[in-house]
Design a protein around this ligand. Sequence first.
Ligand code: CO
Ligand code: CO
Length: 318
Amino acid sequence: MKEKIQLMRKSAECHKQVRKYAQTILRPGVKLIDFCKKLETVLRFVTNANESDCGQAFPTGCSLNQVAAHYTPNTGDNTVLDYNDVCKIDFGTHFNGYLIDSAFTVAFNPIFDNLLLASKEATIQGVKVAGIDARLGEIGASIQEVIESFEVEINGKTHKIKPVRNLMGHTMGQYKIHAGKCVPLTKSDDNTKMEEGELYAIETFASTGKGYIRNMKECSHYMKDPLAFDNVKIKQEGPRSLFKYINKQFATLAFCPRWLEEGGFSNYAQSLKILCDSELVIPYPPLTDIEGSYVSQFEHSLMLKPTCKEVFSIDDDY
Ligand code: CO
Ligand code: CO
């Protein structure tokens, strides 16, 4: 328990350093793939990732506007950040698999201030009401109330802000971004209680759209199926060596195609498709609300200790 807390604190310290750097370079006109690569280089340096079992816990999310989560640019994607974009930066750091999952939203145009505030305050509310014996459905109700108390005016039209009802906060475990329990963003009759010792990522999404997300096609986030055997027999050489690399390099943590290229797999596409078709690797496509809508997100990682909760990722920036 004590060691676990130390590792979480170390991960959090690195997360704060990396995101503060990220906040200084995230400006209109920046190419998102360059931004991600810079963040990832700094993260490797700050965590000393080549020295031991630590580093980045999942790809650098920089989902834009109606896309709520799971977008990072693949090679050849030349998307440039615009003054009118709403960009969610969601990345993770870990030491020995104890990970910090924390996110913030950046928008340059002040018309989005209330949209950002809605998820920022809702996440703070979620963190506040989290605790041993707190019921998950009631936390959802409390998050929903905060988000729905906001509205935003965009180009002369007033939008009510909604929570995204099919995205959730989650428990975390060692090398596990999702450990089973979910914290809804809306009122539900889920009476499951939070328990002592659990690690939670409390995250909320506020949207001007439907408040309901769907999968998009072009995928950039993948993760080994945690139930897949490391020694599974794969006939073809390509997928076999790729799977071996994924096992060694990421274990059950998420990765993106850029990292396969950096690992020397320039022709990964066919092999990755075979691994996905055999359900050894699971694709996590971008999650998006309706066209023309905007989604904001804030997220913190915490632990429910016997006498208090420790919110590892909180700092003066968010
Ligand atoms: Co996250
Ligand atoms: Co999360």
